[in-house]
Design a binder for this molecule. Sequence first.
Ligand code: GDP
Ligand code: MG
Length: 163
Amino acid sequence: MKPVIALVGRPNVGKSTLFNRMTKSRDAIVADYAGLTRDRHYGDGRLGRREFIVIDTGGFEPTAETGIVREMARQTRQAVAEADVVIFVVDVRGGISAQDHDIARYLRQTGKPVLLAANKAEGMVGSAHLGEGHELGIGEPLPVSAAHGQGVRSLTELALETC
Ligand code: GDP
Ligand code: MG
């Protein structure tokens, strides 16, 4: 079984951009992965000889009954349940929000291994903003730029080592 990496975070932090960086194809053939739910995006990734599966959360299609917050929570819970390791994505440009703290609290209590990706960090190495991520209690923020492909390889390596 390939290791499964879930990308979790509030909308607009860059999860899908990171997903596209980590995977070859936008949408993997989900049929191959028995046991995985089909209402999210799965992608095949490869780093050297290691193959893995990435789950992108937040093709949020809330119904009137659920609303976006509940739908987000539902997708996040399912992705986390399926994952061997979670990459929690935050936006260091926009800053850490109350919603990030809620997600962090939830992730800590799941007991899953979690890496903190400080996205949109291009040109911000050493910036004070990066330090803000520490307050989430997830560990050292790993600066990445999904849009520019910076730090994505080391993040992926670390995620695979953590599985
Ligand atoms: P998602 O809602 O978490 O899936 O976020 P998206 O991947 O759709 O990205 C949201 C916005 O952030 C888009 O406009 C992206 O182009 C932008 N974005 C994603 N990654 C980066 C990054 O590394 N740097 C910058 N500056 N913008 C980014
Ligand atoms: Mg997205």
